[in-house]
Ligand binder design. Structure first.
Ligand code: HEC
Length: 149
């Protein structure tokens, strides 16, 4: 048992250790790619969720899993604006994201919470309202922090 615990702790330490230096070497381009992939995945899930609503044939498990996936991908994407990377960033991200991290994270949290609320909704009208509310949180952030270029 003791050996098992130590092995577990070592594995965790190795996982953390492997992660941090890798992160330190990430370039602005790496962050952009990571965000782009995650935002696109959220967009794909949103399309599938909207299509499921439209068809009215909802597989509850699949629907919730997709909503949770939106939450995960948004949390991931919105944590990808590393300090010091603003100048080299060539994405559609407004530079204000780096200057107003707290405000930006407020928009991110609202969206992640809206996606979790969607995952927890159980009736068709509740799902419809939650999906629409989630879509509003995407737009709210894009209006302020995504440039139209
Ligand atoms: C907290 C702010 C914020 C929220 C919330 C947000 N986005 Fe975005 N999104 C951005 C920014 C900023 C960009 C510009 C690209 C970047 O920053 O990397 C972007 C870009 C995108 C892109 C383009 C990605 C690409 O590389 O082509 C898609 C698709 C997207 N968002 C979908 C969504 C969807 C769907 C939601 C809601 C479920 C959402 N976003 C919520 C900030 C946000």
């Amino acid at each position: 048992m003791k050996r098992f615990l130590i092995a577990g702790a070592t594995a965790a330490a190795v996982a953390l250790g492997a992660f941090s230096p890798a992160l330190a070497q990430q370039t602005a381009e790496d962050y952009q790619k990571m965000r782009s992939d995650a935002y696109k995945a959220a967009g794909g899930d949103m399309k599938a969720l909207a299509a499921a609503m439209k068809s009215r044939k909802i597989d509850a498990k699949d629907f919730s899993a997709r909503a949770n996936s939106v939450a995960d991908n948004l949390a991931k994407a919105t944590s990808g604006y590393a300090p010091g990377m603003a100048a080299a960033d060539t994405s559609a991200a407004m530079k204000t994201i780096w200057q107003e991290q707290e405000k930006f994270q407020g928009y991110a949290t609202a969206a992640v919470n809206a996606a979790k609320a969607l995952a927890a909704a159980t009736t068709l009208p509740a799902r419809g309202a939650a999906l629409s509310a989630l879509g509003d949180t995407c737009k709210a952030c894009h209006d302020v922090y995504r440039s139209s270029k």
